[in-house]
Ligand binder design. Structure first.
Ligand SMILES: NC(=O)C1=CN([C@@H]2O[C@H](COP(=O)(O)OP(=O)(O)OC[C@H]3O[C@@H](n4cnc5c(N)ncnc54)[C@H](O)[C@@H]3O)[C@@H](O)[C@H]2O)C=CC1
Ligand SMILES: O=C(O)[C@@H]1CCC=N1
Length: 267
């Protein structure tokens, strides 16, 4: 299975890193192309992937082409490539907002298309990833695409109508989780702890908390109650966070993310 990436930016780099380190395919069976030659040169140097000088030249060498450019650019790039080059290829898009029917309009009729929403934690093999397909993706091809993304995390098959929500709670949410961890660490710095040490400790506490939710299957509020000793430190902090509308602020952030994803779809 040969995999090509159009666009070698942040998310493509995360996926290529994860795919190569999982040893799913030999590194030189991963192809990258980008208008920024520095981006592809860096990936070649660090991971020994193959570089193509254009999307057209890459297409003849790969089975699966993953567009990892912005949602506005992807249809333009795809519609600029000769139709015959898409014969026996599957096109995968990871762009926020970009819907299957918009991609289909930019491609030859009946091209198999997979829509994916990954997240940047693919670098460490811990991404949560959504997948949906159009009607022309055979089961064996879907299984191959799933295998690629399972090499960097967990894949959820979801109806396309849920992708905006998924983008908020998984595609974008790592940024919000990093912000939370950084904010906790800044609180420690304010009170006299070294930032590097505080960040490491806060990250471990958040990682363990995520594991508790995943592995115990308990409702978060049960776990919150378990931490909150009567008259203790935790409840004092919770009251202050809620005084400043922590929950509704986070929900508003998720709403804004969902709305932006819908706006990017252009529909
Ligand atoms: N960064 C993230 O965590 C996530 C990003 N995505 C999606 O991934 C896509 C890329 O996002 P990022 O990697 O963050 O952006 P980025 O700006 O880091 O990467 C985009 C890359 O595309 C290249 N590019 C632009 N026009 C091109 C063309 N005509 N031909 C070849 N390459 C071209 C740019 O030079 C750049 O290297 C977006 O559609 C985004 O919605 C999805 C999930 C998470
Ligand atoms: O910010 C963005 O638009 C992309 C999609 C999800 C994460 N990054």
């Amino acid at each position: 299975m040969k995999i090509g990436f159009i666009g070698a930016g942040k998310m493509a780099t995360a996926l290529v890193n994860g795919i190569v380190s999982s040893k799913l395919v030999p590194s030189n069976d991963v192809f990258v192309t980008d208008i920024n030659a520095d981006a592809t040169a860096k990936l070649k140097q660090e991971l020994n992937v193959s570089v193509a000088d254009s999307a057209e030249n890459m297409l003849s060498k790969v089975d699966i082409v993953i567009t990892a450019v912005g949602p506005k650019v992807a249809p333009q790039i795809l519609s600029g490539i000769k139709d015959e080059l898409f014969k026996d290829k599957t096109v995968v898009s990871i762009a926020a907002g970009l819907q299957l029917d918009t991609l289909a309009a930019a491609l030859p009729a009946k091209t198999p298309i997979v829509r994916i929403m990954p997240n940047i934690n693919a670098v460490v093999g811990e991404a949560a990833i959504a997948l949906c397909t159009n009607d022309y993706v055979e089961d064996s091809v879907k299984a191959d695409v799933k295998k690629i993304f399972e090499s960097v995390g967990t894949v959820y098959e979801l109806p396309e109508s849920q992708f905006s929500i998924f983008t908020a709670i998984s595609g974008s949410s790592p940024a919000y989780a990093y912000l939370f961890i950084d904010s906790i660490a800044r609180g420690a710095v304010k009170n006299g702890m070294n930032k590097d040490l505080a960040t490491k400790i806060a990250a471990e506490a958040v990682l363990g908390s995520a594991k508790m939710i995943k592995e115990t299957g308990e409702e978060p509020w049960t776990l919150i109650n378990n931490v909150s000793s009567p008259g203790g430190t935790t409840v004092a902090g919770l009251v202050e966070l809620e005084d400043n509308a922590f929950i509704s602020t986070v929900i508003k952030g998720i709403d804004a993310t969902i709305n932006k994803d819908k706006e990017l779809s252009g529909k």
